[in-house]
Ligand binder design. Sequence first.
Ligand code: NAP
Length: 257
Amino acid sequence: MEKFPNLNVIISTGAGVDHILRDPNLPPDIPIVRLVDESLTSQMSEYILLAVLQYHRQLIAYKTQQSQGVWQGLSPRNTANCTVGILGLGVLGLDIAQKLKMMGFSVRGWSRTPKVLDNINCFLGEEEFKLFLSECEILVCLLPLTPKTEGILNQNTFSALPQGAYLINVARGKHLVEEDLLNALKSGQLSGACLDVFQIEPLPKNHPFWAHPQIIITPHIAAKTIPACVAPQIIEAINKSQGGLLLKNTVDVSRGY
Ligand code: NAP
C-alpha cells in the first residue's frame, strides 16, 4: 500500500483479506471491503460437494480398480452416518453446511461466535473444539487466515478426529502444517486429503503432495472471482465511498477477517 498514499477505500478482489492485512504499510482507518458474491459461494460449495462425494463414494479406490481391470463393489457407506464438520460458519461455511445437510449428511460446524442453525450442530470457540472434532469423519476448513487460525490443521487436531478421517482444505495454505498431514496419512490417522491451497503457491515442483496417492491437489481454484459478476459491487463500493455512505462487507481489522 506504500505506493498509494491517497486511499479512501481498499477493496479486496476475493473473499479473503489476509494478504491485505499482512501489508506492513497498511494505512490505519481506511475501510477494507471484501467480496461476498453468489458466484464465489456456489463455486466453493460445488468444489466441497465434489470432494466430499468422491471420498464418500470411494472414487479413488474404484479408479485404482479400473486401472487393474477389477470389477468389485466395495461396502456402501450410509450417508446419514457420515458426519461432516465445517471449520468456519461464515458466508461460505454456512452455504455448504446447508447443502450437505440437504444431501443427507450429518453436519456440524465450528465458529467464534454462537450460531443457531436448523439441524446443524454448532460448536463454539476453543473450549468446544475437541468435542466438535471428535465425530468429524470429514473435516472441511473454511476459516479466514488469522493469527488464531494459522496452523490449526495440525497433529493435535488430526489426533482428535476419528481414525481414518478425511481432510478438505479450501481456506488458506497456512492453516495446514503440511508435515503433520504427511505423518497423519502415514500413520492412518487420516485416510486422505483434498487440498486447494498450500503454504507455497504454486506448489513447488519437488513437493511430496504432487505424487502422494492419498492426496488430491488443485491449484487454488475452489472459488475464483468472475470479474463480470463482482464488478457491480465494486462500483457500488466506490460510489458509496465517494458519497460518504455506509459500505457493505467491511472487514473488522481487529478480529482479522
Ligand atoms: P467469513 O464469512 O468471514 O466467515 C469466517 C468464519 O470463520 C466465521 O464463521 C467465523 O466465526 C469463523 N472464525 C474466524 N476465526 C475463528 C476462530 N478463531 N475460531 C472459530 N471460528 C472462527 O468468511 P468466508 O467468506 O466464509 O470465507 C472463508 C475463507 O475462505 C476466506 O477467508 C478465504 O481465506 C477462503 N477462500 C478460499 C477460496 C479458494 O478459492 N480456495 C475462495 C474464497 C475464499 P464467526 O461467524 O463467529 O465470526
